[in-house]
Design a protein around this ligand. Structure first.
Ligand code: PMP
Length: 285
């Protein structure tokens, strides 16, 4: 993704896309000390922009550092980055990380950096919005909150996701459903999951993974429509009895799921309704 035209904002300056680099002894690269966001803009307006900036600051706090810019400044930069790159429908990627002044596990004295990039990014799961995505069941588990600050959108946590996604792709799937450390259904590698059974919606309780902003928006939207949504622990054995399934995430938006390992789901009316209702909501916001 480095060889293209455009501008990336880094620590207060606009850098040509190909020159936006960091030193090889950057702490974040060796020890995973970075946090990031993924946001989408529709018609020039970033959906839930402020909540994303606040989550970035909270992720940094959970990793023990403070962002070098406040929320208002970050809000302004995100819009400016889109403008500089002539984007109105865009994916926005803020990233904050510990710099290269110290080597070793400790980085107490290192500078905290912040960069913001933006580009246009189409459908995350390709044509799955119509046909439904095919998911493998991952062997790697979401860790316990006692193992890692799992509410942070921290780069280190994505090691588990990349391992799971690569294993799924090697078998021809587009993603993987991960269980948590107790064995309950958790989430996909970059999106939350919902199921439908007998008119009711069921979704895992986000007690050890990201409570996605899209997830929260979709739950609110369903409750406004008097659809019953139950947040609870879901056993893998229950997958057999669910009729419909979809994923939610900033990049994924709402994407129906047709398959999880041996289980099959209908790309049904409720899933289709959620796809279009979400599209309408982000464009109306
Ligand atoms: N879980 C993971 C692991 C993710 O990477 C994402 C995408 N940020 C989500 C869930 C969904 O979060 P959001 O709806 O805030 O994009």
């Amino acid at each position: 993704y480095d060889d293209r035209d455009g501008w990336i904002w880094m620590d207060g300056e606009y850098i040509p896309w190909r020159e936006a680099k960091v030193h090889i002894l950057t702490h974040a690269m060796h020890y995973g000390s970075s946090v990031f966001e993924g946001e989408r803009a529709y018609g020039g307006k970033i959906f839930e922009s402020r909540r994303h900036s606040e989550r970035l600051a909270e992720s940094a706090r959970l990793l023990g550092f403070k962002l070098p810019y406040d929320i208002d400044a970050i809000e302004a930069v995100k819009l400016e980055v889109m403008k500089r790159n002539d984007l109105s429908d865009a994916y926005i990627r803020p990233l904050a990380w510990r710099g290269s002044e110290m080597m070793g596990v400790s980085a107490q004295g290192s500078t905290i950096h912040l960069a913001i990039a933006a580009w246009s990014w189409g459908a995350y799961y390709g044509d799955a919005k119509m046909k439904g995505a095919r998911l493998d069941i991952a062997e790697w588990k979401r860790p316990s909150p006692e193992t890692i600050p799992c509410r942070a959108k921290a780069s280190g946590l994505y090691m588990i996701c990349t391992l799971s996604k690569h294993a799924a792709e090697a078998k021809g799937y587009s993603d993987a459903l991960m269980m948590d450390w107790r064995g309950y259904v958790a989430e996909a590698t970059g999106a939350n999951i919902f199921f439908v059974k007998e008119g009711k919606v069921h979704t895992p309780l986000p007690d050890c993974f990201l409570n996605g902003i899209t997830r929260q928006s979709v739950i609110a939207m369903m409750r406004e429509r008097q659809i019953e949504v139950v947040e609870r622990h879901i056993e893998p054995a229950e997958l057999e009895g669910f009729e419909q399934c979809w994923l939610t995430g900033t990049a994924a938006e709402v994407t129906p799921v047709a398959e999880i390992g041996p289980y099959r789901f209908e790309v049904g009316q409720m899933a289709k309704d959620m796809v279009s209702a979400y599209d309408a909501m982000v464009r109306a916001a």
